[in-house]
Design a protein around this ligand. Structure first.
Ligand code: HEC
Ligand code: HEC
Ligand code: HEC
Ligand code: HEC
Ligand code: HEC
Ligand code: HEC
Ligand code: HEC
Ligand code: HEC
Ligand code: HEC
Ligand code: HEC
Ligand code: HEC
Length: 488
């Protein structure tokens, strides 16, 4: 019988035997090799073999006994072939024990089993009582190699296949959860990440980069790497890493800009889940930059009215002809800030003046100029109204009706900001005019309340004066009467 020990393993074995844990001899392997079975053939490339773990490391038994019965004696700890959850527990026997791992000279993390128990994959399999996924589902049982080895099933170029063996298996996934999509692979293949991965690029995102490996959770779990408030951090682990992204020559400022945007502040600071995370605009598995055609569609999923108005505006064709992205041209993509009236008009900070000047696209220039002055007058009207309503209220006058109408003025101002996107002066004027009319009514009502206040006060002053005069003359009259009495 030929003894098979690679020179490297021999060195390690000698080094480790001194610790007394590993036996230099592996009679299990020796005998099984002669029978030419698969486990022993695979084991020769196994990281465990290289680190001095014998067949008995997982199966138990006596690896120094040449006799078959002695070696595979239950009394010697032989456990046979592990089944169900005993499989992962076998692996955890070492991989969850930092002491055991250290005895093999390893400083790998020892949390895989613990994490797996908290993951979505710890749910029970339909076949039996065991969990859906065991360690060997992703790592194999024999022929296990380091995860950085290109032949590992979890190596970036192989992990997609490892995961989609289940996740693209419609029948299997339906039996677990009929509503769970099974199109991840199909979509992933169309993405920049997926096409590059298929061509052998190990740096783009694969399933485990976005979902984790041992700690995979459902997307609805607040601890999931793809939960909306966690997702931007997951993407930026690569996209904000300048050194990592260097070969690609694309910007690495998306997160930085996004975090400062209205959207980033709303989601990350105010936890407003209505605000978009990276995937709201880029998709989950089809992560691509939205093309020129699709950008307004992306924004329009939330800002429906703006998108609708834009589509029927003169800019639609003008922008399409020039291959300009729709919303992004004026609002940018990652650094979208709160929109203000400053964007509108012909001043240097207005977006309109980038394309409309007195010499270029003059019609738009004129429209921008008068739209700005319209919204300015509505703004001024509203400010004036607020002051008057406040004043009347402080004077204790009843003006609930004017106050109620003030809300309509505010509404018209908000509507006009959206109506900008029709890029049609006439339509814009209509909305603003409605607001202005109401604004004038509010001003009139609150002013007349203020007048009434003064009128009442003025009346009070006069009557007090009359009463005082009356009182004084009455006093003088009485005094005179009294004096006359004394003189008599
Ligand atoms: C002298 C030869 C010999 C030695 C030594 C030996 N085995 Fe085996 N082993 C066999 C043969 C032959 C079979 C298949 C026959 C059977 O199923 O009983 C087998 C079967 C097995 C099985 C499958 C059992 C099952 O229930 O399907 C495992 C696991 C196993 N051996 C592990 C070990 C381990 C671990 C050691 C060392 C501690 C070891 N063997 C030592 C010859 C050997
Ligand atoms: C890292 C742990 C581990 C080591 C080391 C290991 N095995 Fe296994 N072995 C397993 C697990 C887990 C299974 C069950 C696989 C399954 O259910 O698909 C298994 C199954 C088997 C089986 C039965 C099923 C089959 O695949 O034929 C045999 C035989 C076997 N091992 C022999 C060996 C021999 C021989 C060695 C040493 C050369 C060895 N094993 C080393 C974990 C290990
Ligand atoms: C759903 C697939 C999956 C399952 C199940 C799984 N792993 Fe992993 N494992 C991975 C991936 C992917 C990596 C590499 C990426 C990484 O390091 O997170 C990895 C890495 C590892 C590593 C390298 C060190 C480390 O933690 O990164 C070890 C050791 C390991 N796994 C052991 C286990 C053990 C033990 C189990 C069972 C308790 C297990 N794995 C279950 C996918 C899986
Ligand atoms: C007897 C202890 C022991 C058992 C049992 C065991 N392992 Fe390991 N495993 C090790 C040691 C030691 C290493 C090498 C660690 C190192 O290189 O730092 C290792 C390495 C690995 C690696 C490679 C990690 C890397 O560096 O990328 C994976 C994956 C792995 N084991 C998975 C498993 C799986 C799956 C099982 C169960 C089927 C299992 N192990 C059972 C001790 C064990
Ligand atoms: C053995 C089959 C199998 C393998 C392999 C597998 N999964 Fe799963 N996965 C499942 C099952 C079953 C579920 C639970 C479905 C359910 O009941 O909702 C699940 C759930 C998930 C979920 C949660 C879905 C949700 O939002 O509810 C994610 C994410 C996931 N898996 C990702 C992965 C990744 C990434 C890999 C590879 C590293 C992987 N899976 C490997 C079977 C598998
Ligand atoms: C670029 C990051 C990224 C990559 C790569 C990725 N996912 Fe996802 N995945 C997500 C996001 C984001 C979600 C959805 C989160 C949500 O619904 O809010 C998701 C959702 C899922 C779900 C839940 C069902 C669904 O489709 O909504 C499963 C299952 C899943 N992914 C599996 C996979 C598998 C398998 C792969 C590898 C082929 C993969 N993912 C690759 C980011 C990614
Ligand atoms: C593991 C690292 C990694 C993670 C995580 C990652 N990406 Fe990527 N991504 C890349 C690399 C590398 C490229 C390729 C760049 C190229 O080809 O221009 C890329 C390309 C892209 C592109 C196409 C860029 C272009 O114009 O070519 C988009 C969009 C993108 N990623 C978005 C995302 C989003 C959104 C997430 C999170 C859901 C994410 N990425 C997570 C590494 C990653
Ligand atoms: C509000 C929608 C939106 C959000 C949110 C968003 N993006 Fe983008 N992203 C875009 C648009 C639009 C483009 C430009 C596409 C074009 O010009 O064709 C883009 C381009 C990109 C590109 C290509 C390179 C570049 O900078 O032009 C990458 C990479 C990218 N985004 C990643 C991310 C990441 C990572 C996040 C989260 C931190 C994110 N995006 C959030 C809309 C968005
Ligand atoms: C997932 C839904 C969603 C998507 C997609 C989205 N947004 Fe938003 N957007 C919001 C929410 C919610 C707010 C309000 C945030 C806040 O102020 O708290 C907002 C705010 C804004 C604002 C500021 C509004 C103001 O009152 O000043 C602008 C401008 C804007 N988004 C433009 C865009 C553009 C351009 C796109 C596409 C590139 C886009 N949005 C995509 C949800 C979305
Ligand atoms: C030609 C430039 C331009 C384009 C293109 C444009 N906007 Fe605007 N947008 C503006 C201006 C100017 C304002 C500010 C109006 C104000 O506050 O007076 C604004 C305001 C907004 C607001 C805040 C007001 C509101 O409606 O709540 C949102 C949201 C918005 N835009 C979304 C979009 C979306 C979505 C698209 C694409 C369909 C888009 N914008 C295209 C110029 C533009
Ligand atoms: C990226 C360049 C660009 C920006 C920014 C831009 N426009 Fe335009 N606009 C155009 C082009 C090009 C046309 C079509 C001109 C033509 O065909 O004569 C147009 C046409 C118009 C028209 C229709 C004029 C007509 O012929 O009836 C109006 C109104 C208009 N723009 C208003 C605005 C306003 C208001 C803003 C700022 C909120 C703005 N535009 C910002 C490029 C732009």
């Amino acid at each position: 019988m030929k003894k098979y020990i690679s020179p490297l393993a021999a060195v390690i074995l000698v080094a480790l035997t001194s610790g007394g844990i590993v036996l230099a001899k592996d009679s299990c392997l020796e005998c099984h090799t002669t029978s030419g079975d698969k486990p022993s053939a695979l084991f020769k490339h196994d990281i465990h073999f290289q680190r001095g773990v014998t067949c008995a490391g997982c199966h138990g038994g006596n690896a120094s006994a040449d006799d078959m019965d002695q070696a595979m004696d239950r009394k010697a700890g032989f456990t046979g072939v592990p089944k169900g959850d005993d499989i992962s527990k076998t692996c955890a026997g070492c991989h969850s024990s930092s002491e055991k791992m250290k005895s093999f000279g390893s400083s790998l993390p020892t949390n895989q089993w613990e994490l797996l128990q908290t993951s979505v994959h710890a749910k029970s399999s339909l076949k039996g009582k065991e969990q859906v996924v065991q360690c060997i589902t992703c790592h194999n049982a024999h022929g296990i190699v380091q995860v950085k080895n290109p032949s590992s099933p979890v190596y970036p170029l192989n992990v997609v296949k490892t995961c989609t063996r289940c996740h693209a298996d419609v029948a299997m996934m339906r039996s677990y959860n009929p509503s769970l999509p099974v199109d991840q692979l199909e979509k992933y293949r169309t993405s920049v990440h997926g096409t590059r991965n298929a061509k052998g690029d190990t740096r783009t995102a694969e399933c485990a980069n976005c979902h984790g490996s041992h700690d995979i959770r459902t997307a609805k779990d607040i601890k999931s790497k793809v939960y909306p408030t966690n997702l931007p951090g997951t993407c930026s682990a690569c996209h904000s890493n300048v050194a990592y992204m260097k070969p690609y020559k694309i910007p690495t400022d998306q997160y930085e800009k996004y975090a400062k945007s209205v959207h980033g502040i709303a989601l990350l600071q105010k936890h407003d889940q209505g605000a978009p995370a990276c995937n709201s605009c880029h998709g989950n598995h089809g992560a691509m930059p939205p093309g020129v055609e699709s950008i307004s569609k992306v924004c329009g999923t939330c800002h429906a009215l703006n998108a609708e108005l834009f589509s029927s505006s003169p800019h639609k064709k003008a922008f399409d002809d020039r291959k300009l992205p729709e919303c992004e041209t004026c609002h940018s993509n990652h650094e979208i800030i709160a929109a203000t009236d400053k964007l509108l008009g012909v001043s240097p900070e207005a977006v309109c003046s980038r394309c409309h000047t007195e010499r270029q696209n003059i019609k738009g220039y004129q429209a921008a100029k008068s739209m700005r002055s319209l919204i300015d007058s509505l703004d001024a009207g509203e400010q004036q109204d607020i002051k008057l309503v406040d004043e009347a209220e402080q004077k204790g006058m009843e003006i609930s009706e004017a106050k109620f109408k003030l809300r309509d003025v505010r509404q018209a101002r908000l509507q006009s900001r959206t109506m900008v996107h029709a890029f049609n002066e006439g339509k814009f004027k209509e909305v603003v005019d409605n607001g202005l009319k109401t604004s004038i009514i509010v001003a009139q009502e609150s002013q007349s309340a203020i007048h009434e206040y003064y009128f009442r006060r003025f009346g009070l002053v006069i009557s007090t004066l009359i009463i005082t005069i009356l009182a004084v003359s009455l006093y003088l009259f009485v005094r005179r009467l009294e004096r006359n009495k004394i003189q008599q």
